[in-house]
Design a protein around this ligand. Structure first.
Ligand code: SF4
Length: 335
């Protein structure tokens, strides 16, 4: 027989946990643009964008993506390069390709109708257990729980156990408020993101402090390892108001087929880079030197005008450098 994980540990306090968490969420949830709608397309888009990406970066891209592709049919009909261009800056570009593939499947095989259950969402490209449950619970009210990094931390601290794997999903199901599953899931994630943070959780502000087993960090749970530091250099080469860009290999494991500035070794005959920017990718913090150089011999690439740059599938770092150099202006949101 399957043993109850959360109920057991919370000693019949699961009901109080749900009520307190939802009351807190109703009064304290951050006002995020994707929370204004239960439209499946918007919920799906936000969930994919939010995977491994900061909320602030997603806000920057969410409106513009919807402006370019306001419906699943428009997204399905778009060229992949346009989708990648709209995704530029969010990283993990495989997500954008999968989103595009799934939009084509929904449009062509399901006649534009979205799946209504987590199980059916999982049949689409790029949709795992977490995303399927998040979309089905938020957009369609299906009572299925989510577990992401934030929920995992909250569950471990509340129960006082280093839960993992199936136990985590089971505990999440037991603590889910089945009358408001979408809000219940979002409340758990919100608590982890804003109160029960990885380091120094603010337990004094926590709505479930009275039923929490640890009221602080759970001993023995490892923190993410420290970031590595690296230095890299790029050439900013202009000719007749055009910028030289090169395309990453189609087989590259990261940012395949995206466009960037030519990568160089720091030139010995220059005093220093024109400017530097900071950039982080997964576990590495980069200091990036950008050098103004004359057109390089033997560099293969494409000369791109500043007007076309806006719609080019640039890597996030290239976009950052070009904005800093003043040749690319930030997209202004229209909502
Ligand atoms: Fe996290 Fe502290 Fe709340 Fe427990 S009391 S859930 S450790 S913030």
């Amino acid at each position: 027989m399957k043993r109850a994980v959360a109920r057991d540990i919370l000693k019949n306090e699961a009901k109080a946990f749900r009520a307190r968490l939802l009351a807190w969420y109703d009064g304290h949830a951050r006002d995020l643009p994707w929370r204004k709608s239960r439209d499946p397309y918007r919920v799906w888009l936000s969930e994919i964008m939010l995977q491994q990406t900061r909320v602030a970066a997603v806000i920057e891209h969410y409106h513009e993506f919807l402006r370019r592709f306001p419906s699943v049919r428009k997204l399905a009909a778009a060229r992949e390069s346009s989708v990648l261009a709209a995704w530029s800056g969010l990283g993990y570009y495989r997500r954008a390709r999968m989103l595009h593939e799934a939009a084509k499947m929904i449009t062509r095989k399901l006649d534009g109708n979205f799946p209504q259950s987590a199980e059916r969402w999982r049949a689409l490209p790029g949709i795992g257990r977490y995303s399927a449950a998040a979309i089905a619970s938020i957009a369609f009210g299906e009572p299925v729980a989510v577990v992401d990094g934030n929920v995992e931390r909250v569950l471990q601290r509340v129960t006082g156990k280093p839960l993992a794997g199936a136990q985590l999903w089971q505990a999440a199901e037991e603590l889910l408020d089945r009358s408001r599953p979408g809000d219940s899931n979002q409340a758990m994630m919100e608590l982890g993101a804003t109160v029960c943070t990885p380091r120094t959780p603010t337990c004094l502000m926590c709505p479930v402090v009275e039923v929490c087993a640890t009221r602080g960090e759970l001993a023995g749970v490892a923190h993410p390892s420290h970031q590595k530091k690296r230095e890299i250099h790029y050439a900013l080469v202009c000719r007749n108001s055009r910028i030289l860009l090169v395309q990453r290999p189609r087989q590259a494991s990261l940012m395949a087929a995206m466009w960037e500035l030519p990568r160089i070794e720091p030139p010995a005959d220059h005093a220093g880079p024109a400017f530097t920017v900071k950039h982080s990718i997964t576990t590495t913090d980069y200091t990036v030197g950008v050098w103004n150089l004359p057109p390089l011999e033997r560099t293969r690439g494409e000369w791109v005008s500043s007007v076309r740059l806006q719609y080019f599938p640039l890597t996030g770092l290239a976009r950052k450098i070009l904005r800093r150099a003043g040749v690319l202006t930030p997209v202004t949101s229209n909502s």
